[in-house]
Design a protein around this ligand. Structure first.
Ligand code: CO
Length: 170
């Protein structure tokens, strides 16, 4: 089921999400709804708090290679209770967010990330990546801590953004 995405500066996006302890039907429905919602917006990722659910859950739907097709539900990366065990290097790439629709800007992140997480059944996994996935993991993980990528902009760029954003909703 497609759910409504909270849009910046909705205060709920500042919530610090809570760890998942039951890997039950409710969690599976949440993950399925998150996939439907991301697909409907042709997004690359979504955190549960973006649909108002304060749980440490996000999904990533990054296509393989140059494919422009939306990844299937089976290929979707479902990340629960992530913990970074390594973050190193620097990279600057353009980011966007379904909660800040239509705005894209270069953001500096770590270029190499190792993250430990659980899947929908509670099984533990590790991802070690130094490509786009490493950046996406950091972007989505920030949502779990109530942070949005525009907070990482320089003061000047942030001011410009806030001005533009306010106009958009007048
Ligand atoms: Co986002």
């Amino acid at each position: 089921m497609v759910r409504e995405i909270l849009v910046y500066p909705d205060k709920r996006l500042k919530t610090i999400s809570e760890e998942v302890t039951s890997f039950d039907e409710e969690l599976h429905t949440l993950l399925d709804d998150m996939y439907d919602t991301t697909k409907a917006q042709i997004g690359l990722g979504l955190a549960a708090i973006q649909i108002g659910v304060p749980k440490r859950v996000f999904i990533l739907t990054i296509p393989e290679g140059d494919s422009e097709e939306m990844v299937s539900r089976e290929e979707t990366l479902e990340i629960i209770n992530p913990v970074f065990t390594l973050l190193e290097g620097k990279v600057k790439k353009q980011e966007g967010c379904l909660s800040v629709p239509g705005y894209y800007e270069d953001i500096e992140r770590y270029s190499h990330a190792i993250v430990e997480y659980q899947d929908r059944h509670g099984e533990k996994h590790t991802i070690d990546n130094d490509e786009f996935l490493a950046i996406a993991l950091q972007h989505e993980n920030d949502h779990l801590d109530g942070k949005i990528f525009v907070e990482k902009l320089s003061i000047l760029k942030r001011k410009k953004f806030e001005k533009k954003w306010k106009k958009k909703f007048k």
